[in-house]
Design a protein around this ligand. Structure first.
Ligand SMILES: C[S@@+](CC[C@H](N)C(=O)[O-])C[C@H]1O[C@@H](n2cnc3c(N)ncnc32)[C@H](O)[C@@H]1O
Length: 304
């Protein structure tokens, strides 16, 4: 399979994780295996667990990493792997959130408004919920909430009104049909500045439950790090980055009592120190080579 994805912030991730020979690492979002390949090269031996909920990513990763004999693959949402890594402790954990270029650009996967396909957007093709169901079966209120919350779409109400009107006539079945409906609801000026993008992003986040449980999962993964182990997380939009930032903030504080509580009663202790206060972003060379890197933000924490 020709799996197309250029890993973002590759050098920064490898240096953030301070890869040790013979260490134990977890890549929560294998994708095409670009990051894992560099991690595996530096490890030489040890254990690398690679997770993805997309069968195509697991297959592509297996192919790319076939020369390393210390890799275990798990097809799962990384938010559901607690029992599978119960007895592990990691030197490093990577989460490279969101979709891969392969998923976006595969005509059959229905992620992109630039390619006509059946409305789908499932990372895990075995799950029931697809973009078709969300668009054609969700209530007006739920759709508006999704567009507001996950797309920060200011024309959410207008777009949802048009979706509801259209689906009374016939279901919205393809990406181009959805694109047309969105464009009929927004001012033409807005069409040219990513008018469909926010709705497509919002529906994709809903279909794949991308933000649900992310905060808790980050805190859990931090608990699975060895002392001085590192966690590196790349996010691609402000909603994800806010969750990562807040989870890191909580994990790096000794007290999480509400402000103005006179004496600490929470008993919380910091479990990580923040390696970078501001997220690391792509340098000029990477920005030129890979358009996806424009929105990437890397945050790093170290277990204490
Ligand atoms: C940005 S790509 C990762 C690219 C990878 N780092 C590389 O170097 O090729 C994101 C991948 O994570 C997967 N993914 C996203 N959210 C996931 C989740 N909650 N659980 C498991 N896999 C997830 C997607 O299916 C996709 O393959």
């Amino acid at each position: 399979m020709n799996y197309k994805h250029i890993p973002v912030l590759l050098n920064e991730v490898v240096s953030a994780l301070e890869i040790k020979e013979g260490g134990v690492y977890l890549d929560c979002t294998l994708g095409g295996g670009g990051h894992s390949f560099e991690i595996a090269k530096k490890m030489k031996f040890g254990k690398l667990i690679c997770v993805d909920k997309d069968d195509e990513a697991i297959n592509a990763g297996k192919e790319k990493l076939k020369d390393f004999n210390f890799i275990k693959f798990i097809k799962s949402d990384f938010k559901d792997i607690e029992t599978k890594i119960l007895f592990e402790e990691f030197d490093g954990i990577l989460i490279d959130l969101g979709v891969s270029s392969h998923q976006i650009e595969s005509p059959s996967r229905g992620f992109s408004f630039l390619k006509n396909a059946k409305l789908d957007m499932r990372m895990d093709s075995s799950q029931k919920l697809s973009a078709y169901t969300v668009i054609n079966n969700y209530t007006k209120d739920d759709l508006e909430k999704i567009l507001f919350d996950y797309g920060e779409e200011k024309y959410a109400k207008q777009i949802v009104a048009k979706i509801l009107k259209q689906r009374k006539i016939s279901p919205i079945s393809t990406t181009f049909e959805l694109k047309q409906v969105i464009e009929s609801a927004i001012p033409s000026k807005y069409k040219f500045s990513g008018g469909c993008q926010k709705t497509f992003q919002a529906i994709r986040i809903e279909v794949n439950r991308e933000l649900t449980g992310l905060y808790e999962s980050i805190l859990f993964l931090i608990s699975k790090l060895k002392t001085h182990g590192r966690i590196a997380i790349i996010s691609f939009h402000s909603l994800e980055d806010r969750i990562v930032k807040n989870a890191f903030k909580e994990a790096s504080k000794d007290c999480i009592c509400p402000p103005k509580t006179p004496v600490c009663i929470c008993g919380h202790h910091a479990s990580i120190k923040l390696i970078n206060k501001k997220p690391i972003v792509a340098n000029a060379d990477e920005l030129k080579l890979n358009s996806r890197s424009h929105s990437a933000k890397l945050r790093i924490g170290e277990k204490i």
